[in-house]
Design a protein around this ligand. Structure first.
Ligand code: ADP
Ligand code: AMP
Length: 228
């Protein structure tokens, strides 16, 4: 049977497309990024996943980043930018990619803009959910150790408890998904990441999405906006 062709993105025939998913922790960026990546055939780049990978492998970057992730603070911009640009230079990013968890500060947004201006087409979504829903979602989140697929213990549990439907590996609860660290991550979001919305609003390219809807409905809205 022939493999399914990925859908064409809005600007697929001209310049590479960079899709940015903004929104508080727990708004569903990772959940949507996995599906959009499959639909459009472009890689998902999660800076959070890249840091956790470095921490697991005990790299120098991982050792430096760990204390920031543990307390719910942002990793300093210079470390994030090196990590990101290293990843986006890989050949699989040539047609575009999805950013999940980047940019998280206006300085990061400016750096991205400066390095890509005129070379790519940006699509920027803002996934909106209230704080109460963020807390509910994150305190029940389960993540696959191997493929990073995301579940929720009550609303989207795996078929077999503790096992990933996708790859059969073990699920775990992130060490920063505790009440105290979630509260700090939300505080940091309002202080440092929310202003990034204004950066894209001023360019008239911010697309607001009601991310309290079921994940499949959110996905359809995102896909429709990507093809406009
Ligand atoms: P983020 O990447 O923005 O931190 P995730 O994609 O990891 O968020 O989702 C956080 C939690 O919320 C997970 O447990 C996930 O299963 C759940 N979730 C994601 N999208 C929705 C949705 N639209 N409705 C309900 N729960 C969702
Ligand atoms: P996430 O997986 O997106 O929830 O990110 C987990 C943690 O990784 C954050 O709380 C930060 O400590 C760090 N992190 C991820 N992305 C960034 C970023 N763009 N800038 C700074 N820190 C980041």
């Amino acid at each position: 049977m022939a493999a399914m062709q990925p859908m064409q993105l809005f600007a697929a025939n001209s310049e590479p497309t960079v899709i940015i998913l903004l929104g508080p922790p727990g708004s569903g960026k990772g959940t949507q990024a996995v599906e959009l990546s499959k639909a459009f055939g472009i890689p998902q780049i999660s800076t959070g996943d890249l840091f956790r990978e470095n921490i697991k492998n005990e790299t120098p970057l991982g050792k430096e980043a760990k204390s920031y992730l543990d307390k719910g603070a942002l990793v300093p911009d210079e470390l994030v930018l090196d990590l990101l640009f290293d990843r986006t230079q890989k050949p699989d990013c040539a047609k575009g990619y999805l950013l999940d968890g980047f940019p998280r500060t206006t300085a990061q947004a400016h750096e991205l803009e400066d390095s890509l201006r005129g070379k790519v087409h940006f699509i920027v979504f803002n996934l909106k959910v209230p704080d109460s829903e963020v807390i509910r979602r994150l305190s029940g989140r389960l993540v696959c150790k191997q493929c990073n697929r995301v579940y929720h213990k009550d609303t989207t549990p795996p078929k077999v408890p503790g096992i990933c439907d996708n790859c059969g590996s073990t699920l775990y609860q992130r060490s920063d998904d505790t009440e105290a660290v979630i509260t700090e991550r939300l505080r940091v979001y309002y202080e440092q990441t929310k202003p990034v919305e204004t950066f894209y609003k001023n360019q008239n390219i911010l697309i607001e999405i009601d991310a309290t809807k079921p994940a499949n409905e959110v996905l359809e809205e995102l896909k429709a906006a990507c093809k406009k």
